[in-house]
Write a protein that binds this ligand. Structure first.
Ligand code: AHR
Length: 669
């Protein structure tokens, strides 16, 4: 795009953005988009668009990870007892049961166990209330229990006497039992810690249920590591299906995890440490994420992240802690143990089954290595003390041991070259909608001969975004069009954050919104679906000219649809302004190719600040209609504040196909 043209577009963006409002008289702007489908174009990187998962907003714990019990090992209150066992609570009252914690667990890394002193009983002493006494867990703001579905409940128990425990899924006040099973064991069996497992099938549904362990038998019991898992998770891998499917629809080509600030921690002692998140779930200590301020049992650990990448067909991008948190930095001369921790993590992912860490991966169910090819050294740490020195230690170790791994630096090289070697550099952008729109040219002038950008976090934030507005999505769409056009300088890009449980909004906006049973995508989520075919496609040359008040950005790609085996041209246009734009679309293609319109898809709404919600999940979603090309030049009216794509099929005319078929026939004779 020429400088003059760009200036016009930016002036247009500012003028029109400030004129949003209900009742304004809409004018019509004009624009011409010329697409050259004859020239070879340029290959777009095959992993250009992916996703970034961070444990923020209860994205995993109480989100994608389908575990229903929160604080399943009673560790969330800390390792000193007595402790707070929140959100566990009492069934009954202190006159018939006393709940406390001690350090008697059989699990070495998480010693806290629940002790239940049951004072009532059916042996002639004070009898227990009907339904018994015990403990319940409400999960993450209510468990979603669905009629006909099965739930596997596992817990560990020890007692000085025989036990008789009801394991039940109930309504939020315990009044209605949705599913129940009785666990009985004699004293000899439970004298030592014993694993119990029951399968519960729900007789009715309630999105706000709880799990109860109750008894009417007097005595002392210890309980630890309680899990309730739906059996219908994706492939039995533990991922909540409705949320997993939302990810599948984005067709992500890479999967960056597990943060974000979550990787760093406010303090290193609370950072994500992968070794504490692998192995049997009962052995994992869990940890308090002190940036987003909640506990996670780490059921969704390093292994599960790698499995998730594989299930999505996305390349894992593992962000490692490089000895730097928000508040502290380990000196370069002492960072070697952190380097070793990273090397061990790669051995876990890729090492053979006889290696120390590869054998653990195999024991967990994945004998084949995971295809780990990208490592990011830290998150947003470039300016922090010791980063440059620490980075080099990690880089050198990686180059030596794993030369095929792509190393991602935290330092921005979009304007000035890096002072250290790297394969990619991380770039984050959170800004207003108008600024994001203007950033469609951000990488136009970036040098092409250094490491490429990994735009691993982008989003419109602040008042333009609300909790996920159309306006935000339009600014981001323009930015992504710019990335597509500059994909010789940008290798990968992902939106942030991905998930939010509405009960714990730590960050606004987010792409996928849910509670225990419902889910919807924000306009930014739907905007990303326009780019699912871009990775690995061909960028076509295109030229856009627009009247002075038009605020439009466009790109054109060609790609092969493996479903119908046809070649497509997809044209995407953001109209960021409040006016209609009369667009003349000219596609230059070889005479031997026939162009056929197929589909027009529009993302818009009556008000630019419109959002989706649980009540109206489809208020701002793309709508598709048939699109007809009217010749070489097609005139199209673009709606105000809209994001539109046109799919055009490139076909060989039937008489040419006949000829080809004939010639094929002849040559085969
Ligand atoms: O995406 C939310 C946060 O924004 C990430 O944790 C961090 O990398 C950035 O500052």
């Amino acid at each position: 795009m020429g400088g003059y043209c760009l200036l016009i577009l930016l002036i247009g963006a500012c003028t029109l953005y400030s004129s949003y409002g209900v009742g304004k008289i809409k004018q019509t702007e004009t624009a011409t988009l010329t697409v050259d489908a004859n020239a070879a174009g340029r290959a777009i990187p095959d992993k250009l668009f992916g996703i970034f998962f961070e444990e923020i907003n209860h994205a995993g714990s109480g989100g994608l990870w389908a575990e229903l019990v929160d604080n399943r090992g009673f560790e969330a209150g800390g390792h000193h007892t007595p402790s707070n066992i929140k959100p566990w609570s009492i069934v009954g009252d202190e006159s018939n049961i006393v709940l406390s914690t001690d350090l008697s667990s059989c699990f070495e890394r998480n010693k806290v166990a629940l002790r239940m002193d049951v004072l009532c009983g059916n042996d002639g002493a004070k009898s227990c209330p009907s339904g018994g006494v015990g403990v319940y867990n409400p999960g993450f703001w209510g468990m979603n229990i669905e009629q006909g579905k099965s739930y596997k409940v596992v817990f560990y128990v020890r007692s000085t006497d025989s036990i008789n425990i009801d394991v039940s899924l109930t309504s939020s006040n315990g009044g209605l039992v949705l599913a129940t099973s009785n666990v009985i064991a004699d004293a000899a069996k439970v004298a030592n810690w014993t694993r119990m497992e029951v399968m519960l099938e729900a007789k009715s549904s309630d999105p706000n249920s709880r799990l109860q362990l109750t008894t009417t038998k007097k005595g002392v019991l210890w309980i630890d590591q309680v899990s309730a898992m739906p059996t219908d998770t994706y492939k039995g891998h533990g991922f909540r299906k409705d949320l997993f499917e939302k990810l599948v629809d984005l067709e992500p080509k890479f999967f960056r995890f597990p943060g974000g600030c979550f990787v760093e921690g406010e303090w290193l002692r609370n950072a994500f440490r992968w070794k504490e998140t692998v192995g049997p779930w009962e052995d994992r200590p869990g940890h308090f994420g002190d940036v987003w301020m909640y506990w996670t049992d780490d059921g969704l650990g390093y292994y599960e992240f790698l499995q998730l990448s594989e299930d999505l067909g996305a390349s894992p991008v593992w962000v490692i802690n490089n000895g730097i948190s928000h508040q502290e930095s380990v000196e370069t001369s002492m960072v070697t143990p952190f380097v070793q921790e990273m090397l061990d993590s790669i051995e876990f992912a890729r090492g053979d089954n006889s290696s120390q860490w590869g054998s653990l991966r195999a024991a967990m169910g994945h004998p084949e290595p995971f295809e780990l090819k990208y490592i990011a050294i830290g998150n947003e740490d470039c300016g922090k003390p010791y980063y440059q020195g620490n980075y080099l230690k990690f880089y050198d170790a990686l180059r030596k041991a794993y030369p095929d791994i792509q190393v991602i630096s935290n330092c921005d090289a979009s304007s000035t070259p890096l002072s250290h070697p790297a394969d990619l550099y991380d770039f984050h952008i959170y800004t207003s909608a108008a600024d994001m729109f203007s950033k469609s040219n951000k990488f136009d002038k970036t040098r092409r001969n250094g490491p490429k950008a990994f735009v691993s976090e982008y989003a419109v934030t602040g008042k333009d975004a609300g909790t996920g507005s159309l306006l935000a999505a339009l600014g981001e769409a323009a930015f992504l069009i710019g990335i597509e056009k500059n994909s010789d300088a940008v290798e990968m890009a992902s939106y942030a954050p991905l998930f939010v449980n509405t009960h714990d909004r730590r960050w606004n906006p987010d792409a996928i919104v849910y509670d225990s049973s419902r889910v919807y995508g924000t306009p930014s989520y739907w905007m990303q679906q326009y780019f699912t075919k871009s990775s690995g496609a061909t960028l076509l040359n295109s030229a856009l000219q627009a009247s002075s008040k038009a605020a439009v950005v466009a790109s054109a790609i060609s790609w092969k649809n493996t479903t119908d085996n046809k070649n497509y041209i997809t044209i995407k246009i953001v109209n960021f302004g409040n006016n209609y734009v009369n667009l003349k679309l000219s596609i230059g293609a070889e005479n031997s190719v026939q162009l056929v319109g197929s589909k027009k898809t529009v993302l818009t709404s009556t008000n630019v600040m419109d959002e989706n919600s649980f009540q109206s999940p489809n208020k701002v979603i793309p709508s598709s209609s048939h699109f007809t090309l009217t010749g070489k030049d097609t005139n199209i009216m673009l709606q105000p504040i809209s994001f539109t794509s046109f799919d055009v099929i490139q076909e060989q005319p039937s008489h040419l196909l006949m000829k080809e078929a004939d010639s094929g026939l002849k040559s085969s004779i």
